[in-house]
Every structure is written in C-alpha cells, then in structure tokens.
Design a protein around this ligand. Structure first.
Ligand code: 48N
Length: 341
C-alpha cells in the first residue's frame, strides 16, 4: 500500500497503513477516529500480553459529551420530574415507568453523586433493612430476597434493595437520571385554572430549576452561576428530610409560593394548621400517615416519602422503609391521574 504522507508541524509522518491511529490523529480525521476506523486488536491475555482496542482520547470524551448533553437537550421538556433518588423517589419512578406508555419521559434529578438517598443502610448505620407488611410485595416484584418475620420482613442488606431497585429503574429506556444535579428552585407560573389546597393557587408548579450540585452548594462563593431548567406538568418531590437540601420543595413551597412562615417555624398555617417541621418518631402513626398524605399538595406538585412528613408535620418513623415504598407507589398513581386527566 503506498505510504500516506501526513503533513505534521515537524515535517511529514509517513504511514503505509491508512488506518494507523497515529496517522489518523495527526491527520485530525476525527470522524474516522470516532467511528473506530482504526484497527481493533484485542488480546485478553493475563500473562503479560493483555491488549485493549486502541482508542483516541477524543472518542471517550465525545461518547460521554454526546450522550449527556443529548439527554439534557431531550429532557428540557419532560413529562414527569422526580426530585430525589431515594427509596421513595426510585419506587415512584419504577411504578411510573411500569405503568405509563414507554414514550413518557420520566426524569430523575438527584443531588448526590450516588443515588439511593438514605436507603443504602438500615437504621443507625446498621445494614439490614426492615419493611413492614404489606410493603414486602414490592420486594417480590423486584425479586429482592428477604426473611419473613411475620408482621415484617428483613432484607439482609439495605444496599441489596437499593441497588436492585436502581438497576431496574435505570433499565427502563424512558427513565433518565441526572445525578450530582440539584434542584435549586421551582418554576411556578400563573395558572388561573389551577385549583389547589391553598388559597394561593392560581399558580402552578411547571418545572424545576437545576444546577450541578457543587454549583448549587457554592452560590455564595461565585456570582451568576446560572442554572438550567426542566419543564414538566408533574413534579414529584421526594427529597427526604435531611442532607444539605432535604425537604427541598416543602421548604421552598413554604417560603416562596404560599408566603407561609419560614420552614421550621412552629407557627401553624392559619387555614390548614400545617407546620413545617417533622414531629417526633412514632412508627405506627408515621408510615401510614406518610402514605395517606402523599398527594398533590399544590397544583402540579406531589410530595412523596419523608418530604410528606416535613410538609405535613407528621411523625417520623425511623429505620423502617415500607412507608417510603408505599408513598412512592401512591405518588406514581397520583401523577398518572394528573397526566390522564
Ligand atoms: O432517602 P431520602 O433521604 O428520602 P426518602 O423520602 O426517599 O426516604 C427517606 C428514608 O431514607 C428515611 O429517612 C427513613 C425512612 N427514616 C426516617 C426517619 O424517621 O428518620 O432520599 C432523598 C434524596 C437524596 O438522595 C438526596 O440527595 C436527594 O433526595 N435530594 C435532592 N436531589 C435533587 N435536588 C434537591 N434539591 C435534593 N434534595 C435532596
């Protein structure tokens, strides 16, 4: 094969192989590099001669950039946004993905690099996860093994539940997860037809304002780190009760959309008597109340999981997760009712 002269900064590089990666690099023939035109010689030899397929650094960067920003572009308008990838948010995502048309764009925004929230461990950093019946049915649906103790079941390690749920949720083609991404505000638009529980409706939550979490946590150090937006007719906020941004929408709704006192005040709302702090632990009251109070509390905004306890001032339940699963389920059903109305 006649050598292919490639002009370079310091003279010519002659290569007789047009698929020679160095030649392609020097020629800057990026398309050829990107589509792997160069030779793929691999050797899975663990005796000192292991060979990976050759690659150009640009291929790695472009493979990530293309997918991530295509997703961001595509999900700028979503059908459902779920804020928080903890046990409630992930259960909700699973239930929605399973029961809505595959074209439904379900977008999960998770502030942590690692999704999963508080469900990687049981209580007090102990590993077993306790789930009270009848929420154990969801474990059977997922195929998570457990020990039956009569009125409750035990998953040997909470990470077994969380990792299984995560893998199932991310396997749905219409579910997109943006982790290390925080919701740092809500989009609230006037909507004269919106009727809600508070006298301040006539507005609708119509989307979320996002930023990379590290940016959201550092607004005080830099100015103008402007965020991104994702619009959707239904937002499900399952941001838990602790962590740097826990109970995000409960606090935001209290401070911005309804003019209530700052969250954490014990002053009760004049109409609904709600407080914005979680009450003391009581497993038997807490789990059923969180489930029963999971609903659209503001036009376009559904609370799920411990954020319900924060918003309603309910008891907390400590390290038992059946309420999170059932709340996630109920939030999914509430969201479908809105979408189908
Ligand atoms: O696990 P969490 O914190 O929240 P839930 O409601 O899914 O489950 C709560 C459960 O783990 C308990 O707290 C148990 C039952 N204990 C109760 C008790 O009495 O102590 O997941 C929330 C997720 C986390 O991964 C956060 O990183 C994320 O939400 N998050 C956010 N993501 C995006 N934007 C935000 N602003 C934001 N805030 C929190």
């Amino acid at each position: 094969m006649t050598p292919v002269p490639i002009s370079t900064d310091n003279g010519h590089y002659l290569s007789s192989d047009p698929l020679d990666l160095k030649a392609l690099k020097l020629s800057g023939d990026q398309d050829k590099i990107d589509n792997g035109a160069h030779q793929v010689v691999v050797n899975e030899d663990y005796n000192g001669n292991y060979k990976f397929a050759a690659i150009h650094e640009a291929q790695v960067s472009r493979a990530m950039i293309k997918r991530y920003y295509t997703s961001m572009y595509d999900r700028a308008i979503s059908d459902i946004v779920i804020i928080g990838a903890g046990s409630a948010g992930l259960t909700c995502a699973y239930e929605l993905a399973k029961n809505t048309p595959p074209s439904t764009k379900i977008t999960i925004i998770e502030a942590g690099v690692a999704p999963g929230g508080g469900a990687w461990l049981g209580g007090q950093l102990m590993s077993a996860m306790i789930i009270r019946k009848p929420a154990d049915g969801f474990l059977t649906t997922l195929g998570v093994p457990f020990t039956d103790e009569g009125n409750y079941v035990v998953v040997k390690h909470a990470a077994l539940f969380t990792s299984t749920l995560l893998s199932k949720v991310l396997s749905f083609p219409n579910v997109t997860l943006f982790n290390a991404t925080a919701v740092e505000d809500l989009i609230v638009v006037p909507d004269p037809l919106a009727k809600g529980e508070t006298e301040h409706s006539g507005q609708r939550v119509a989307g979320v304002v996002t930023n990379f979490t590290l940016v959201s946590l550092n607004h005080g150090t830099q100015s103008c780190m402007d965020p991104n937006t994702i619009t959707a007719p239904v937002i499900i906020s399952a941001t838990g009760h602790d962590g740097p941004m826990g109970a995000f929408c409960a606090k935001r709704l209290a401070s911005a959309a309804t003019g209530w006192d700052k969250p954490g005040s014990t002053k009760e709302h004049p109409d609904s008597g709600r407080r914005h702090e979680m009450a003391a632990l009581d497993m038997n009251r807490a789990e059923a109340n969180v489930v029963n109070k999971t609903r659209e509390v503001y036009p376009g905004l559904i609370f799920a999981g411990m954020e319900v306890a924060e918003y309603e001032g309910l008891n907390r339940m400590g390290p038992t997760f059946g309420g999170m699963i059932a709340s996630g389920m109920k939030a999914a059903h509430e969201a479908r009712k809105i979408l189908e109305s």
